[in-house]
Design a protein. Structure first.
Length: 149
């Protein structure tokens, strides 16, 4: 007999599956991965634009899900939104890291990507003093642009 898809499970069957998943009993984790991989692959690839990174990020997503499963409250949380939130949390930093790869703006590196001024200086192969000067100049330019526009 073919098992019902996870999204179609209701009542006791849903509760039993989620409890087994949280406790990682039997083939529940494999079934979970098999059924959610297509949706998560599409979701992750919509966030991480570098196709060569998508499968690595997806592996990271499942690793984090497996670690966090004991924290999942099957009585109050819905599985798919919880899984998508974990996937987003794992994928967004990878997107930022990829986007940050060629970034030269000290302001964007500090305020958009959250790097410290020391990290920015190292990334741009300059001194901390020069990075601070660049940040100050960029802030002045943005202020002038804001005042004029």
């Amino acid at each position: 007999m073919k098992k019902a898809k996870l999204i179609h499970l209701r009542g006791n069957e849903r509760r039993d599956f989620l409890e087994a998943l949280i406790e990682q009993k039997g083939d529940t984790l494999n079934r979970f991965v098999d059924e959610l991989t297509p949706a998560l692959l599409g979701f992750v690839s919509s966030i991480v634009e570098d196709e060569s990174e998508v499968k690595d990020v997806l592996a990271d997503v499942f690793s984090v899900i497996r670690q966090k499963l004991p924290q999942f409250n099957h009585e109050s949380d819905r599985l798919l939104p919880w899984v998508m939130n974990v996937a987003r949390t794992v994928a967004l930093p990878k997107k930022a890291e990829t986007a940050m790869g060629n970034e030269r703006s000290v302001f964007r590196l500090v305020y958009l990507y959250g790097l410290s001024i020391d990290e920015v200086a190292a990334k741009l192969n300059t001194t901390v003093v020069e990075a601070r000067k660049s940040l100050r100049n960029e802030l002045q330019q943005l202020t002038q642009k804001g005042n004029n526009g």
